[in-house]
Design a protein around this ligand. Sequence first.
Ligand code: GDP
Length: 433
Amino acid sequence: KSTQHASLKQFRQVKEEINQVYAQISAYIDECLEFFNSDCSANTPGAIGDAASAKVEEACFARILTPAAVQSVTDFRAKVRGIREVISRNQMKCAFFGRTSNGKSTVINAMLGRKVLPSGIGHTTNCFLQVEGTSKQSAYLQTPNSSEEQPIESVSQLGSALSNEKMDCESLVRVFWPKQLCSLLREDVVLLDSPGVDVSPDLDTWIDQFCMDADVFILVCNSESTLMNTEKKFFHKVGSKLSKPNVFVLNNRWDCSDGELDSAELVRKQHMDKSVSFLADELKSCTRSEAESRVYFVSAKEALVNRLKETNQGLESPSPAGSLADGWQSRYFDFKNFEREFELILSESAIRTKFAAHAEQGRHIAGQMFSILEAVYEGSVEEKDSAVRQRQALQRDLENLRVRNAKVAASTERDIRQTLEGIERKVAGTLSE
Ligand code: GDP
């Protein structure tokens, strides 16, 4: 259990680490601003009542700390706040596409280990459904028309709530599911179910609105038919907007073909060849050998049955549709292999795309802050040096003055003495006469 979602946990670790770094930058900025805004006269206790000296001190502070520097640091504070908020909201996003009824909702449920999304005939997903975790105790949904949290009591209630809402295929309904009930959602994973690509959507709008921040795409195919042009077209569009998208191909409903032993191997090989060539040669999203680890033959329905059994949920709700067909073990094995590879690629891609830019921004801000504070420091050293130079010049002037004074005093004394002597001589002469 401790190794469960090991690669996904890395995302959380990186998120925590980068958040800590930003907390340090934030504290550093706050400290700087506190210093910048501190009353400079408070630093000159010797100048009590000396208004002129306080003014000089203030002018000196203004020279060292330019308004532009203060403004930059204030701007950094707002920027860092914004980035920290974005980081805390960052999640790993996986988007599911494929034709209606290929089993997208069932795959999502199997991955979540419970029946979260309605699936099956009559429950066609006609809008985007995003499943994400909540710390709250019970599930709820939010429709695009209101920010109100509508409680979800059951899957069927969610199904009817969705069919009651008038929504087009470009709307997004967010389904919040308690994290405590689902380990995948605890790891900050968001799963996006889409309307079938066969509903002739405006692909540009779909991609621009919902896919630009997706880390992984999963194409859910029906292994009973071949890869369709509508499915390919969608991913070609994705490939033109996002460089090297991470795409997995799930050949679902493999339980329906796998039983026919003679043809199964041949069909599997054909699907594999076509999928690998689509991912590597057409989309150029990965190499051919990488593509081989992006294609799986699964039965989402059986995977879900197994997951429900493993957690004893099968007891309260009947299994999705029948039981497990022969050879289910290898299909479930392939499903688990898919999940392991998917989690690895998801967390790698999310760490790179979601945090690399923030790490770069953090480095830039720290660098800028360093330059500003270095300039402030150099300014203050310069001020100090010039004050020392001024004091030395004053001392030199004073010394000169003292020497001159002494000289003047000495010569004056001599003059006076000579004058006095002259007078004395005159008086003595007059008296003797
Ligand atoms: P979506 O429209 O792509 O979301 O497809 P759903 O998940 O709603 O599935 C459509 C129907 O196919 C449902 O009745 C599912 O129970 C069934 N289904 C899904 N996956 C499988 C599978 O692997 N094998 C079989 N036999 N049926 C499946």
